[in-house]
Ligand binder design. Structure first.
Ligand code: UDP
Length: 246
């Protein structure tokens, strides 16, 4: 059960997962962390937090390291993947710092225990944090190599009984039939099914993550994170976005 007493009538959502890629934190600098960009995203989260919505977050690590990138350079794949998972912890700590700067109580919860740095993942404890309106940032993906943080986001969203997973994207306002940056006639979907996403290789999330979302009936809503007030708007059903569901 989630507490609904403080919920804003402007949204139907009580508990959500916000998934952003690591690259969303790097701004225009092409690598690493860009504090003004992190601050801007934290403010987006603050707006939704003020609506009384319980917020889970998963942030990727691609702005720092991806396992495949290491494998391409001759590194063992699993080592690269663990490095990628550690990169997500760095990003989570940076976001925690920005949120705390705004006065929002936040917990970083890692799939790989590192007690001096953040909390280990314990499902019931995480649920309790959410009930107390603490933003929970789930770090280190699933804790296993060969997965992505998209799958980690779907997994945690399912475990936390989130109403939906919100995929915040830069430079795109939903799911298109082809790359809108390259094709003028690209068509945006308002709604699309998991099966269509998989069959058409639409790249919303990797196939493992989509299949898990489908299996657990978790809607995925793709929206523009770089649009001012984008997170609040999509939660209120405003603006443009794509819903992926059954
Ligand atoms: N990763 C992993 N297992 C997980 C989640 C992530 O091994 O459960 C590793 C993987 O190497 C991945 C990297 O962490 O490339 C960073 O995550 P991701 O690529 O999902 O980040 P994003 O593209 O969202 O920034």
């Amino acid at each position: 059960m989630t507490e609904t007493s403080t919920q804003d009538p402007a949204t139907q959502y009580q508990r959500v997962m916000l998934k952003i890629s690591g690259e969303a934190l790097m701004g225009d600098q092409g690598y690493g962390l860009h504090p003004p960009t992190i601050q801007r995203i934290a403010k987006e989260v603050q707006t939704v937090h003020e609506m009384g919505v319980e917020i889970c977050m998963v942030i990727g690590g691609g702005n720092i390291f991806r396992g495949l990138q290491g494998a391409a350079q001759g590194m063992e794949r699993t080592t690269g993947d663990y490095m990628g998972m550690l990169a997500t912890v760095l990003n989570a700590l940076a976001m925690q710092s920005a949120l705390e700067g705004l006065g929002i109580f936040t917990r970083v919860i890692s799939a790989i225990p590192m007690d001096q740095v953040c909390e280990p993942y314990i499902r019931r404890r995480a649920v309790r944090h959410l009930e107390k309106k603490r933003v929970c940032i789930f770090a280190a993906g699933t804790g296993n190599p060969y997965f992505t943080t998209d799958t980690g986001a779907v997994l945690r969203a399912s475990e936390m009984s989130c109403d939906a997973i919100f995929m915040g994207k830069n430079g795109v306002d939903g799911v298109y039939d082809k790359d809108p940056a390259k094709h003028d006639d690209a068509k945006r979907y308002d709604k699309i099914t998991y099966d269509e996403v998989l069959a058409q290789h639409l790249g919303v999330m990797d196939a493992t993550a989509i299949a898990l979302a489908q299996g657990n009936s978790q809607p995925i809503i793709v929206f523009p994170l770089d649009e001012p007030d984008g997170f609040r708007k999509v939660l209120a059903g405003e603006g443009t976005f794509t819903t992926v569901s059954g």
